[in-house]
Design a protein around this ligand. Structure first.
Ligand SMILES: Cc1ncc(COP(=O)(O)O)c(C=O)c1O
Length: 400
């Protein structure tokens, strides 16, 4: 046995004995080289071998980590929803879910709430306190209809990471992503229209469809690549679809990220059939890969994508701060925001803008991404160990 193979075996044994858990960082190459009196290249070879065996994985600029050891993807099959546009119901189920609280023996998995205990959020609390304490009369008035200029400026900067080149005036701030989604839908569709959606989809957007008297046409969705574009094309040929709404990056609930080629193809289809796209990117910044994946919006060259997001998953839902980049629907979007809330609050957006401007957002998100990735690997490990064989599981690319 070669030296690097022996070393790989030592690490494998430590993992099997529980010394390193799935998601744990393995010792650095330098550390291993000193500890085992071997050359750097021997450690590199050993780690590469572990990578080939899917025991460890390399993460950019971060080192090697233990992969979810038991992971053997027994994926759910592609969804097979009804092939007809349907009226949405489910409101009673949503109410039940909203009223469910975590109990001692029960973990509430129906709501996606971030870990808000992280020390990286402390500066935000300080900015909020500072803004309130200053007793600045300017803070006690209406915000502009389009929303805080400082925040829109910071959002435009952040969105560069997902491939978007936007001006702050292309953005409208909203009360959370839910308002962004609802105002987007109201900017495009009216009662009776058909909306194509990924399946399963986020229950909140289903309620917008329900409340507006729209019909939902669920499109078969693959747990690793997202909405089936072949099925969507067939549906577009058959039905007068007005808009497609989907969550292509770090999808909730399936966890997939749609490949870039599919995002591009979706834009082509939308052009061909002249439909709009509502893109929900609420978990996008919590992607485990860095740089984060591109959005559909980043491929949009004629303004047909209404991009929606918020800081509810990355920072905290308590701030109720979200936004929309509605492309060519900007005027309709501003009107619908006015109808919905006239304008948002002024303090939270200013505090968040300061938090981003001073680099705290990126620091916070970087930390949370690592933490959530670790949680994912642990969860996959536990599900494969303790949940009965035959259970199907997806392999989320981001989020909680
Ligand atoms: C996919 C998705 N979109 C939108 C929302 C609503 O976000 P917000 O709390 O910012 O209104 C959620 C919240 O759970 C969500 O999971």
């Amino acid at each position: 046995m070669k030296l690097y193979e022996e070393l790989a075996e030592v690490v494998t044994e430590r993992i099997e004995n529980g010394y390193f858990q799935p998601g744990d960082k393995l010792p650095s190459i330098r550390q291993m080289s000193v500890e085992h009196h071997v050359s750097i290249s021997t450690v590199q070879e050993a780690y590469r071998l572990l990578e080939d065996k899917k025991i460890a994985e390399a993460r950019l600029k971060s080192g090697y980590y233990v992969t979810a050891s038991q992971y053997s993807p027994d994926l759910p099959s592609i969804s097979r929803p009804s092939q007809k546009p349907l009226v949405v119901s489910q409101w009673e189920l949503v109410v039940k879910l909203l009223h469910s609280h975590e109990q001692d023996n029960e973990l509430a998995l129906g709501k996606g709430t971030p870990d808000v205990g992280s020390s990286t959020l402390k500066p935000l609390a300080k900015f909020m306190a500072d803004f309130s304490r200053r007793n600045d009369i300017a803070n006690f008035t209406y915000d502009s209809l389009q929303g805080s200029k400082e925040l829109r400026h910071q959002i435009a900067r952040l969105m560069v990471d997902s491939g978007c080149r936007l001006h702050p005036d292309d953005i409208v701030t909203t009360t959370g992503c839910q308002e962004a989604l609802t105002c987007s839908m109201r900017s495009i569709a009216t009662a009776g229209d058909i909306v194509a959606i990924d399946s399963p989809t986020y229950y909140g957007s289903m309620q917008t469809i329900q409340a507006m008297g729209l019909k939902a046409l669920e499109i078969p969705t693959h747990p690793e690549t997202g909405i089936s574009l072949e099925a969507l094309e067939l549906a577009l040929e058959q039905w007068p679809i007005k808009v497609v709404q989907l969550t292509p990056v770090c999808n909730n609930p399936l966890g997939y990220t749609m490949p870039d080629a599919n995002k591009q193809r979706l834009i082509e289809l939308a052009k061909q059939y002249d439909i709009a796209i509502i893109e929900d990117d609420i978990y996008g910044d919590l992607s485990y890969t860095y740089p984060r994946p591109r959005t559909i919006k980043s491929f949009d060259d004629d303004g047909r994508v209404l991009f929606c997001s918020s800081f509810s998953k990355t920072i905290s839902p308590a701030f109720r701060t979200g936004w929309c980049a509605p492309g060519r629907y900007l005027q309709q979007m501003k009107h619908m925001k006015y109808v919905s809330t006239a304008c948002g609050s002024i303090l939270q957006p200013r505090a968040i803008a300061e938090f981003i401007a001073q680099g705290h957002y990126e620091r916070h998100v970087r930390k949370m991404r690592t933490q959530y990735l670790k949680n994912r690997d642990r969860m996959i490990d536990w599900v494969s160990r303790y949940i009965p064989e035959g259970t199907k599981m997806t392999y989320p690319q981001g989020g909680y």
